[in-house]
Design a protein around this ligand. Sequence first.
Ligand code: 13P
Ligand code: SF4
Length: 351
Amino acid sequence: ADRAAGERIRAARARLGDKVVLLCHHYQRADVYAHADITGDSLKLSRLASQSDAENIVFCGVHFMAEVADILSRPEQVSILPDLAAGCSMADMASLAKVERAWRELSAVLDPDQKVTPVTYINSAADLKAFCGEHGGIVCTSSNATKILQWSFAQREKVLFFPDQHLGRWSGYKMGIPLDDMVIWNPDLELGGLTREQIAKAKIILWHGYCSVHQMFQPKDILKFRNQHPDGFVISHPECSFEVCKQSDYIGSTETILQTVKAAPPNTRWLVGTELNLVERLAEEVKHEGKIVQFMAGTICMCSTMQRIDPQHLAWTLENLAEGRVVNQIKVPAHEAKLAKIALERMLAVS
Ligand code: 13P
Ligand code: SF4
């Protein structure tokens, strides 16, 4: 069945020519990844979406990525997500209503529009990016978060970072902010479950969000690897827990992980803490150099929503386009897109 879908994809693409560009995140399954025009991490794909001339941008990734492509592309370009159910469970952990409530509650302690820069990880809905655009804030990705924090502290003395606490904590730590100056905002509790004193002292207020895939990786996985392979290297995504990041030799975005391992000397061994599709593909690509690439978790963990983009959905999307029908378009409302674009363009200018 997959071969049939693969042939349908190729046939539809041949009919569409340069009317379509296929952007593909590194976590996509092999039978989708094989059709990509451009692959990358969130930052690279955002930049390339903004530079593309194609009429149709088909995004093999998750919902927030297709939203970013829509926001950064020209109004007449169309952004498409082959399966609308491909979301991101971490992005869903912060909603506009809850962030607005946090902002209101913070104003009981300080004036947030004077004192706090809101920073949203790109893994978030467009309305949260719009919130940041409106309140002097910015977007970050896994590859520029430390730089973005530096920019944010140049504006105001504190940061509210959502939704991923781990990326926020690691990036703050890397720029020299003590862990004691970071607190967690629990959106289900009044004042985030914090005291006024804690808020007044904090430099970074971290939203209580996390990635369910990356939280599977544990320090004991690294310890076991180091015992068995003292000469091996460990590389992880900054969505991993603080302890995992601290015990890794390298931390980076998906694109950085791929480039670092590919550029490493032959016959080296790597333990990789990120999604399984990426790790398996990387292991295949570098094995001829004698490099061994191992997955960090003891259990199989994939990003189940990234997996939803399958060859059947992709074939269906492209066949419709070839017939002149747009299916699964992602269109951010104009007022929201305008504000979100401000926050995204601030990010692109800084990184
Ligand atoms: P990257 O920007 O590093 O590709 O990360 C996206 C993501 O969702 C990681 O879980
Ligand atoms: Fe979201 Fe985690 Fe999947 Fe990345 S791996 S898209 S953060 S759920």
